[in-house]
Design a protein around this ligand. Structure first.
Ligand code: ZN
Length: 132
């Protein structure tokens, strides 16, 4: 999780409110990720945060079988997903709601909801993806 004072602060505060907000350059309309304070495409610093539906397709996934730091509150195994969000191309990490442990398929459509992951003593806002 990034510093809440960083360029991606609106992403995290959006998730905390149950909304997916993603940054887009107002000047050239390029979606920007990871979030930065100036557009890497045209140099503008006019960046707006736009609410997007948490829908996308699986870009990559990993099933984790062994515990590592800050995962002590997750049931094993768990599946991490990188999904490409529809219509903006931004790829976001989240966790798959994985009750049946069927392997995900690259390109499979998924939809997300905003949940949280308990990490140590904190709840970190997390996108929980489900198969569409
Ligand atoms: Zn731009």
């Amino acid at each position: 999780m990034s510093n809440v004072d960083g360029a991606d602060a609106p992403y995290w505060s959006g998730l905390a409110e149950g909304r997916l907000l993603l940054p887009r350059c107002t000047a050239c309309e390029t979606w920007i990720w990871p979030a930065v304070s100036r557009c890497g495409h045209c140099g503008s610093d006019a960046i707006h945060w736009i609410e997007r539906a948490p829908n996308g397709r699986i870009f990559s996934w990993t099933r984790t079988w062994h515990r590592f730091g800050l995962t002590e509150h997750l049931d094993l195994p768990f599946v991490s997903i990188v999904a490409t969000v529809d219509d903006c191309g931004i790829r976001l990490l989240g966790r798959l709601d994985d009750p049946d442990q069927v392997d995900p398929v690259i390109g499979e459509p998924i939809s997300g909801r905003i949940g949280a992951t308990r990490a140590g003593e904190r709840d970190i806002p997390t996108i929980l993806w489900s198969r569409s």
